[in-house]
Design a protein around this ligand. Sequence first.
Ligand SMILES: [Zn+2]
Length: 248
Amino acid sequence: MTDQLDDLTAMSRILGQPERDLVVLGEGNTSTRADDASFWVKASGTRLEYADRSTFVRVGFRPILEALDNPRLTDAEVGEVLRSATIEGGRVPSIDTFLHALCLQLDKVVFVGHTHPTAAVGLLSSANSRAIFEGSLFPDQIVLLGTAYVYIPYADPGLPLARSVREHLEAHLYRRGRAPRVILMENHGVIALGSTAEQVINITEMLVKTCHILTIAMTAGGPRFLTAQHVERIDTRPDEQKRRGDLK
Ligand SMILES: [Zn+2]
């Protein structure tokens, strides 16, 4: 019998496969909800490629989310928050645990995958990164990734980045009325948000493909984004809704 931690382990190993070019060494981290009060997250210093059950620690939501509201925490105190929030597992949770706690609060988000795909970080490190991720290029991109990403300007990893993500997530929810599928972090990496482990893999894969297509479009005169009407049509037409279910 497999449980959600097994799904998280399998998802992590797939995201860590070297041929996918999503992470190297200890880059990236993943998580899933354990229960209403806690979640599993990758421990610091472990590798996605070699993930097993001992790669993850179970952490309480409450102390992690409360730390986001305390702007005076020193780096040493942040380390102490991470250690004391750990309920199960013998390692220290990743510094990105704050990000995972926030993402797992979103409606229908049960699995989270944070990676540094070369194809995406290249574009996110480019001069016009915000503008090139503002539009949609092709139908399956919309089906898998939704109509809009959450875009985060560069911030110091850890609490400053998590606070910026919280602010931008709230603005996205207010404007769009639904949770995003993708968060893009400038000069850093991406976060895929899924209701299943498979969905996180599919979203990451489609995002990487989108980045390759964007790169090609930029060498061929620049991207031609779909019109707002076309995007809306793909997002709401019944056969595409069905396909969205199939692709998940
Ligand atoms: Zn990262």
